[in-house]
Design a protein around this ligand. Structure first.
Ligand code: PA5
Length: 445
């Protein structure tokens, strides 16, 4: 298995009895999920995706990616939330945060529509000015304000640059198969479209065209990605809290939550994990934060954040536990040479790989944090490959669903996200929101 849990540093925080006590709840959550009888059961398509994905569309995704790689200096991926985070997380995890600066990467990838900042959008337009560009606009609903606005701006940019006909061959839409504004726009203008299945919610959609097209443009092997997810699907199909790492992780989270550990920090010692952290935070935060319940997902990249958050983790309010993703083989080491003068006093670190220094930082930190009362779970991941990434994605998704059912919430909706939208639309004067506008404006005075 490319992913294992290491509970060595959890033993003083969780007893064997506690696992026994939660076991039946995990089993019944798992059963609900597999029998498709739980809350939100219309959104379980992600469970079978690794085997049941649309093979014809998969081939089209690969062809589109090849075309983009051959005719575009830049791909602008427009989307937000689940229509953004997975693709970016996967690309940066596999290649680095400096993906766009790697000389082997001919097609750079920029993300837009993930904020309403005019400054940010102007910067991307500027970067695209003298380059050949393709656009992949992603929105399941087809109506989300941030990407819709960015797409309006980029459509105009593309039509000016290439003419309507030329732009048509460079705009790819990933959206609902039949409904929504984006789908209508795509059909009307003849843009190639890819489908977000009805039964796959945004934050569970990275293994659909949502993630696959940008990931394939980055040059990743999406077959291996799906194979890794398929292996995880098989490995995590049982409800055994002892052998199924996804169920076990769901159990650990809920045991700790009930003991007042209401914050989970997902940590990694690899900066390329930064966006995976963001993807995780959306997956768990939007799935579990309901009915005044749920673990608050947060994250850190160590050792960087040991110099900012480290003090709090060691010594602040005892509210959190850490889940550390330990990547066993990072694949790109740096040998530290001896320096004869040793003027920086660092010769005690020389004649070894830098990854070993990072590992000692990890070991030292885990001993310090657990001593300070912070439970630590380690998720050991073999390597940074497409296969292992696919496996890890499915692991987190499966554990999230089981964990959410143990918490007795619907992990597959996000009603709370609507509130800010209603206010924003009212304040912007969107037709249909007139009644709220006046009240809200009074509150802002
Ligand atoms: O997980 C979710 O459902 C959300 O984060 C959505 O992905 C996000 O709001 C974007 O929605 P859409 O794809 O409809 O534009």
């Amino acid at each position: 298995m490319p992913l294992k849990l290491n509970e060595k540093h959890l033993s003083k925080f969780i007893s064997a009895d506690e696992f026994e006590a939660i076991k039946p709840q995990i089993e019944s959550a798992h059963r609900l999920l597999h029998d498709k009888k739980g809350l939100g059961n219309a959104f379980l398509g992600w469970m079978d995706l690794p085997k049941a994905y649309d093979k014809e569309e998969f081939a089209r995704i690969k062809s589109a990616a090849e075309k983009i790689r051959s005719d575009s200096d830049i791909l602008v991926v427009i989307g937000i939330g689940g229509s953004y985070l997975g693709a970016r997380a996967a690309i940066e995890f596999l290649y680095s945060q400096h993906y766009n600066d790697l000389s082997c990467k001919k097609t750079k990838i920029y993300f837009a529509g993930n904020s309403i900042s005019p400054r940010y959008l102007n910067e991307i337009l500027e970067i695209c000015k003298d380059k050949d560009v393709s656009i992949n606009v992603i929105s399941k609903s087809g109506t989300t304000t941030e990407p819709a606005l960015a797409f309006r701006v980029f459509r105009e940019f593309m039509e000016k640059k290439y003419g309507a006909e030329g732009a048509k061959g460079r705009i790819y839409c990933t959206t609902d198969k039949a409904k929504g504004t984006l789908k209508s726009l795509a059909d009307r203008n003849g843009y190639e479209s890819f489908v977000i299945p009805d039964d796959v919610g945004g934050r569970f959609s990275v293994l659909t065209a949502v993630g696959l097209l940008p990931i394939a443009v980055a040059g990743a092997d999406i077959n291996a990605l799906m194979s890794g997810a398929e292996k995880a699907m098989d490995d995590f199909a049982n409800d055994d809290v002892y052998s199924n790492a996804a169920c076990r992780y769901a159990a650990i989270r809920n045991i700790l939550y009930r003991k007042g550990k209401i914050i989970e920090m997902l940590c990694s010692y690899e900066p390329s994990f930064t966006m995976m952290n963001e993807w995780f935070k959306q997956l768990y935060g939007e799935s579990e934060g309901k009915n005044q319940k749920g673990i608050f997902p947060s994250s850190a990249i160590y050792s960087t954040d040991l110099h900012s958050l480290g003090q709090y983790v060691q010594d602040g309010a005892r509210l959190m536990f850490e889940t550390v993703v330990d990547i066993k083989n990072i694949g790109n080491d740096l040998f530290l040479m001896e320096d004869e003068a040793n003027s920086d006093g660092l010769n005690f670190l020389s004649n070894q790989n830098m990854s070993l220094v990072n590992r000692k930082a990890f070991e030292g930190t885990i001993l310090a944090h657990t001593k300070g009362g912070v439970p630590n779970l380690i998720i050991e991941l073999d390597s940074i490959t497409e296969f292992d990434l696919g496996y890890m994605i499915y692991f987190f998704e499966k554990a999230c669903a089981v964990s959410g059912y143990v918490l007795a919430i619907n992990p597959f909706n996000q009603p709370g996200v609507e509130d800010y939208k209603k206010n924003m639309f009212a304040l912007l004067g969107k037709p249909g929101y007139e009644a709220e506008k006046e009240t809200l404006e009074k509150l802002l005075k």
